[in-house]
Design a protein. Structure first.
Length: 351
């Protein structure tokens, strides 16, 4: 070891941050450690964290001492984020977090900086999903069953059930697997009646993320990517009490629904055989949501045939993973708050 060395900072952070992360208490700062690889015992240390722009309340950690050739992990990693700033973003904003390690010397008025480290973080607008490269299960936050447009779709689905001589109740699994299918089919038809136009998603959206059109925007604009239609259907299915899935293959997303009151044991399912087994047992159906943009849109049964083929061994696009929305809710991943919902204060939740 060498006395000319100085202590250094090791910090692990997420590369992106948005309102959904904040509302679901996803930690921005995942690990923080001070490493002293010198032969000098250090005392009266202070670690400061600041950001530009200021999207969290500045933090300071005080360390009495760190021994020579030692490391000290900091356990209190809470960062008080500015929820109003995150809620108001309309475009991505680059940000920098700076960590500064200072040592106080009783013989000087100003502390001496021993180490400094900068980390880049991209602040995303509220409607931008960060992609599978971040936390895949956070896509469940963009399944928003309480949006007004979703309620209107459920009313239309109930009317369609009544018109076709079926039970118009949207009572989840109380009517068994057959009625769960009928509800799903009616919701499909209600969305088909919107006469949506397909919008091409960004390249590699499944890894890098994309801006998502919420249900109201889809209804008003008539435009939707594969992920937009998937999230719209999943939102409606969840509001009807059914358990939905978001399925990702390379360059594509589509939806699924359980026909029984079940869910997978984990939020993220990367074993394709688990999906194939449940589909073959008719406990789960997958359906291709981009068919909703066809004129005319095919029947729900055709969409489920297309969905099943996309997880078959002969499928052209590699399977990536599926996110079970019901399991995500059980693990406290909540729908992102509506634009019209009351703002969340920093005291109510922070990451």
């Amino acid at each position: 070891m060498n006395n000319t060395l100085t202590p250094h900072i090791e910090a692990t952070l997420g590369s992106t941050l948005n309102l959904a992360d904040f509302q679901n208490a996803v930690p921005l700062l995942k690990a923080l450690c001070i490493v002293n690889e010198t032969t000098t015992h250090r005392q009266a240390l202070e670690l400061r964290a600041t950001s530009q722009p200021a999207f969290f309340r500045h933090r300071t950690w005080h360390l009495d001492a760190i021994a020579a050739n030692d490391r000290q992990h900091l356990l209190d990693l809470d960062m008080a984020l500015d929820s109003a700033l995150l809620a108001g973003l309309t475009e991505a904003v680059p940000a920098v977090i700076t960590f500064s390690l200072l040592q106080h010397d009783p013989n000087t008025s100003e502390p001496v900086e021993l180490a400094r480290q900068d980390h880049a973080v991209e602040l995303l607008p509220r409607n931008q999903w960060g992609g599978l490269a971040q936390l895949p299960e956070m896509i469940a936050a963009f399944v928003q069953p309480n949006e007004p447009a979703v309620a209107r779709l459920l009313k239309q689905a109930s009317d369609l059930l009544h018109q076709h001589g079926c039970d118009p109740s949207l009572n989840a699994y109380q009517g068994g697997a057959r009625h769960a299918w009928e509800i799903s089919s009616a919701l499909w038809s209600a969305v088909a009646n919107l006469s949506l136009t397909y919008a091409l998603p960004p390249a590699s959206f499944e890894q890098r993320g994309q801006k998502i059109r919420g249900s109201q925007q889809v209804v008003e604009s008539g435009l939707a990517t594969c992920l937009d239609t998937t999230l719209l259907l999943c939102s409606a299915l969840e509001q009807a009490g059914l358990h939905a899935l978001v399925v990702f293959t390379q360059g594509h997303a589509f939806a699924g629904v359980w026909l029984r009151a079940e869910e997978f044991s984990t939020c993220v399912v990367d074993d394709i055989t688990a999906l194939r087994k449940r589909v073959s047992l008719k406990e789960l159906v997958l359906f291709e949501t981009t068919l909703l943009t066809h004129r005319p849109a095919p029947h729900f049964e055709t969409a489920t045939d297309h969905g099943a083929r996309q997880i078959a061994e002969s499928a052209s696009a590699p399977f990536l993973l599926a996110v079970d929305v019901r399991r995500a809710r059980l693990q406290r991943i909540r729908p992102m708050a509506s634009l019209t919902a009351p703002a969340v204060t920093e005291d109510a939740a922070s990451t």
